[in-house]
Design a protein around this ligand. Structure first.
Ligand code: ARG
Ligand code: ZN
Length: 850
């Protein structure tokens, strides 16, 4: 729907069941790039649970060739959103034939073509671009699919039931909503394997790729088998078809999609090799393969009643994939990384104009709600629930969930009810985490009187769009106490805060303890507490909780940068001495030490300053970050090269946590060393690198030292044929550019022959990389904003989803000075005024403008 029509808002409270059940679906595809014919034969019956008998089939961009009911030709009413017609009040057969054009489908939603290959993306509402259908997740049915075409490989959901010259047929025995439908056809090659499930069933596994990419599948396949085993062992969930297919697609709007038995992946989220992928790529691929696989139970076998319940599957599946990564790798490192990510992506969302509850109550375009709040805060909410009820009760509740709801389309109420029934606990207050948006802030004060130590917490959630007043939530606050010698005197205990203000007393202590609050980041909140540098330094040295040790350091780093930016102070040497002890402590995991060494991002500092009622100046933040790094390099020059040598990896490259941790500490140290040697060590590393992790970290240091030209050119010569590697090349140059030239670099990159705005990965590499260059993007004269807006306007007709998503880089605009706010507002208004702006982008820009 285009903006000339009034944008329509959908409300959770308006939910009603569909008037018909779908007993079976038969689809036949006659593939042709610009004229694919889709023939559907659908058995409908009146739904005894429904009150509204309107027969509405969704449809978009379809050419209806014919429609029949029980064999009789009919002429339905066609509207912008689909088709309506009179139907019998007894079971009937619907038949239709439509024509669609995959080749010209640049929105990458529905059936489209990528590099000559047919593929689909139906979540959330893409199936309606394939044929007329009740495209809503509570309508589940059994699909049989026949594909006719000359492509070598033709795949759909479920099990293969037959194939011959020019055709293939698939049958999926598990009822599913249309958003889980998938079809892939093309000249693909596979990387095959097998898996035997816990009950002894053999499953064929395949990763399908374009010829030439076969050698990049082995890691993904191992990740898949690990995921299958883990879900059996930890959740008791077994796979339920004879075959599991994964396909890599180059042009894809998101990461990956859990279509039943036929997961479709952005090639960047599945293809991996040491030469072309970094350690972080490997870890991310392992997590995404697990995520999509885990959806088979949390998403597919049990799905969502409506899209307001999206967190039911996404929050839970993110929570499950985080548990998996913690088990496969390092638990504290995973936790710290998740919190860094939550604060970088979800906190700005929850504290700005796009703030929405984990379960939203209205939307215009559901694609705009695949957000960090639904996914990552949704996972945090489940983590809190598990903390509150305990591990055993969590397992019992999950067993009950799978037992009770298998084959159903469910709600958050169903989800909470299994926890209430398994534990006897009343979760009415807990449910506020699903309905109230915003990040709660918890102020902490302490008292030490007559040998009793008391912590008092006050919670407050600032107003968010549509929600001025908030009720107190249940907040699990994990706390431990240390005595002044640094020994833990009270091990971690979860304080359950339920009131607006609440105190917790500890007695039997010999001396006033030092508290370690919100251990493991036990709730997605902001803790407001005045803490002295000495106390933070004490926790940095002694806390037994790895997360809070990291957190103490983070706070010291933030305080140091604030003092440098705001008060013109010098770096905090006492902190740096404490940090030095940690990073030189070889009993600690190198990955953890690397996290300790990473400074707050410039965007994070902008928020910190804003919270201190100081208007952030991006140039000053950039300068202070540079000065601090320079100071660290000089202060530590005596040991940097030696320390870096201790984490050098001699063994052949492996993407495991151990080696990856060493390389990540090595690369953090290289960044400092480069400030001393002007790029000599980086140049040496670049020359010797036999894997992408080392090559890329060296390249990024050379660029930041202003010595990157030759390496940038050499890298392009070496990798111009590899799209995924070239995405890194694009992103790195604009991301690492000095702020005053970032816009020029971005402008140069979009002129490069390999820049292709139709490919979402490439578009995001440049535009996302540019927006991450905080001071470059926020250039005072507004050129950065104008550049990005130009490209959003250019992409909107072609690909609304990717355009709308990229708009969120403007969501933090109210942090900045009035001049910059004016410049951003002007660009947002310019986007909004674009003729025929998509519904996706229109909704995003309107919400950001507020
Ligand atoms: N369900 C997919 C996942 O695993 C993502 C689908 C995103 N869809 C969208 N329209 N943005 O997370
Ligand atoms: Zn998901």
């Amino acid at each position: 729907m285009m903006k000339d029509a009034a944008p329509k808002t959908i409300y959770l409270e308006d939910y009603t069941p569909f008037g018909y059940v779908v007993e079976s679906v038969h689809l036949t595809f006659h593939l042709a790039p610009t004229a694919t014919r889709v023939v559907s034969r659908i058995a409908f019956a009146p739904n005894p649970d429904a009150t509204d008998g309107t027969f509405l089939l969704h449809g978009e961009d379809l050419t209806l060739i014919r429609a029949r009911i029980d064999g009789e030709e009919i002429t339905p009413d066609l509207t912008e959103d689909g088709l309506r017609c009179a139907v019998p009040d007894t079971p009937f057969i619907w038949e239709a034939e439509v024509e669609i054009s995959p080749q010209t489908n640049t929105a990458l939603e529905g059936l489209y073509m990528s590099n000559g290959m047919y593929c689909t993306q139906c979540e959330a509402e893409g199936f309606r671009k394939i044929t007329y259908y009740p495209d809503r997740p509570d309508v589940m049915s059994i699909f049989t699919v026949r594909i006719e075409g000359e492509e070598k490989v033709k795949l759909s959901n479920g099990n293969p039931v037959g194939s011959g010259a020019g055709w293939a047929e698939w049958h999926d025995p598990w009822p599913k909503p249309a958003y889980l439908f998938a079809l892939v056809a093309g000249d693909l090659v596979n990387h095959p394997d097998r898996f035997t499930t816990m009950s002894g069933k053999d499953v064929d596994l395949n990763i399908w790729v374009r010829p030439g990419d076969e050698d990049k599948c082995a890691f993904g396949m191992e990740a898949l088998k690990k995921s299958m085993t883990w879900d059996e062992e930890v959740y008791g969930r077994e796979y339920d078809l004879n075959i599991f297919n994964i396909v890599a697609v180059d042009d894809f709007n998101m990461g990956a999609m859990e279509n039943k038995g036929l997961n479709v992946f952005n090639s960047s989220c599945v293809l991996a090799s040491p030469e072309t992928s970094t350690d972080s790529n490997f870890e991310r691929i392992e997590a995404i393969i697990a995520h999509e696989y885990f959806h088979n139970w949390t998403g597919n076998r049990i799905t969502c009643r409506d899209w307001f319940q999206l967190c039911l599957k996404e929050g839970l599946t993110v929570f499950r994939d985080s548990q998996f990564t913690a088990d496969m790798r390092s638990e504290p490192v995973k936790r710290i990384s998740d919190v860094i990510d939550l604060r970088a992506r979800q906190f700005p969302e929850d504290q700005g104009p796009l703030s929405h509850p984990v379960r939203p109550e209205s939307f215009q375009e559901i694609n705009n709600f695949y957000t960090a709040t639904i996914y990552e805060k949704g996972a945090e909410v489940i983590g809190m629930l598990k903390t509150l009820v305990g591990d055993d009760a969590y397992s019992r509740a999950l067993d009950l969930y799978f037992d009770r709801h298998d084959g159903q389309a469910c709600t958050i109420e169903d989800w909470l009810a299994v926890f209430e029934d398994a534990t006897g606990r009343d979760l009415a207050q807990f449910k506020l985490w699903y309905s109230q948006s915003g990040t709660p802030r918890v102020a902490v004060s302490e008292d030490w009187t007559d040998g009793v130590y008391t912590l008092t917490f006050k919670q407050h959630t600032p107003p968010t769009p549509g929600q001025d007043v908030k009720d107190p939530k249940v907040i699990p606050i994990a706390v431990g106490l240390l005595n002044p010698n640094g020994d833990e005197v009270v091990p971690t205990r979860v304080l359950e805060m339920t009131q607006a203000e609440q105190s917790f007393a500890f007695d039997g202590l010999a001396s006033k303890p030092v508290p370690s609050i919100l251990r493991g980041f036990s709730a997605p909140i902001v803790v407001d507490r005045e803490v002295s540098r000495e106390e933070r330094a004490f926790l940095l040295a002694h806390d037994t909780d790895a997360f809070n040790r990291w957190e103490a350091n983070r706070n010291l780093a933030r305080d140091c940068l604030v003092a440098m930016i705001r008060d013109g102070a010098g770096p905090d040497n006492a902190w740096l001495d404490g940090l030095e002890r940690v990073i030189r402590d070889d009993s600690l995991d190198p990955a953890f030490r690397a996290l300790m060494l990473s400074l707050p991002t410039q965007s994070e500092m902008a928020q910190v300053l804003f919270d201190l009622f100081t208007v952030p100046d991006p140039d000053a933040i950039w300068q202070a970050s540079e000065d601090l790094r320079g100071h660290m390099a000089v202060a530590w020059q005596g040991f940097l090269p030696d320390l870096r040598a201790t984490v050098a990896v001699d063994a052949p490259y492996a993407p495991d946590a151990d080696q990856a941790g060493k390389r990540s500490l090595g690369s953090a140290l290289l960044a400092l060393q480069t400030r001393l040697d002007g790029g000599a060590a980086a140049q040496a590393q670049y020359g010797a690198a036999d894997n992408m992790t080392l090559q890329l970290s060296a390249l990024s240091q050379l660029i930041s030292a202003g010595k990157g030209d030759a390496a940038v050119k050499a890298f392009e010569d070496q990798w111009h044929h590899d799209r995924l590697v070239m995405d890194k090349w694009f992103g790195l140059q604009v991301g690492m550019a000095k702020p005053d030239v970032a816009v020029d670099v971005a402008q140069r990159l979009v002129q490069h022959p390999a820049f292709d705005m139709g490919n979402p990965n490439r578009f995001r590499a440049v535009m996302g990389g540019f927006a991450m260059n905080h001071a470059g993007f926020h250039r005072k004269d507004g050129e950065g904003y104008a550049f990005l807006a130009d490209w959003l306007i250019a992409l909107d007709d072609r690909n609304p989803q990717t355009t709308a998503r990229m708009c969120s880089v403007f969501q933090t605009w109210k942090r900045y000075d009035t001049n910059r706010q004016g410049l951003i507002r002007a660009q947002l208004e310019r986007i909004k005024a674009k003729p025929k702006l998509s519904r996706d982008t229109d909704e995003m820009v309107s919400r950001i403008l507020g």
